[in-house]
Design a protein around this ligand. Structure first.
Ligand code: TYD
Length: 139
């Protein structure tokens, strides 16, 4: 996905079941999101002022959810940057491959849930920004 753009990424409204006893939000493979979930991980206990991410993926699709608290996700396709504030557990940011992302401004106690389309693979990461720009400019 060398040619992907930040406009291929979007905020999805997730299924929300409101009850007096509390809320439930559901994500289902092939229905809510356009990929099958192979891996789930979550970031928590993030110290104030810390940032995460700072890399891109070659093939991985992700859905990022602020299941608690809030944080910002900055997306960069090498040309355009877009920043999203995530602060609702019933919204998810869909991030396609080939996008540099940085997460910051985590509120105290926030939890960042990530649903991912592939198992963990270090070879799928691009961790240097200059290599990312080179990758995006290759034909
Ligand atoms: P990384 O994705 O670089 O963190 P972030 O983008 O949140 O800053 O992951 C940090 C480390 O955690 C990485 O070096 C290896 C480990 N890790 C796994 O072992 N499996 C995983 O699925 C993830 C996401 C990370």
């Amino acid at each position: 996905m060398k040619r992907s753009s930040v406009y291929d990424c979007s905020m999805l409204e997730l299924d929300k079941h409101h009850q007096e006893r509390g809320n439930i939000t559901v994500v289902e493979n092939g229905y809510t999101i356009p990929f099958d979930v192979k891996r789930v991980y979550y970031l928590y206990d993030i110290p104030g002022g810390e940032s995460r991410g700072g890399h891109a993926h070659k093939e991985l699709h992700q859905l990022i959810v602020a299941v608690s608290g809030s944080f910002n996700v900055m997306l960069d396709d090498g040309n355009v940057r877009r920043t999203f504030t995530l602060n609702r557990p019933y919204q998810g940011l869909l991030v396609v491959p080939g996008i540099w992302r940085t997460l910051d401004d985590f509120s105290s106690g926030s939890v960042c849930l990530v649903l991912a389309s592939m198992l963990y693979s270090e070879t799928d990461y691009i961790r240097k920004y200059d290599q990312f720009l080179k990758y995006k400019n290759e034909i």
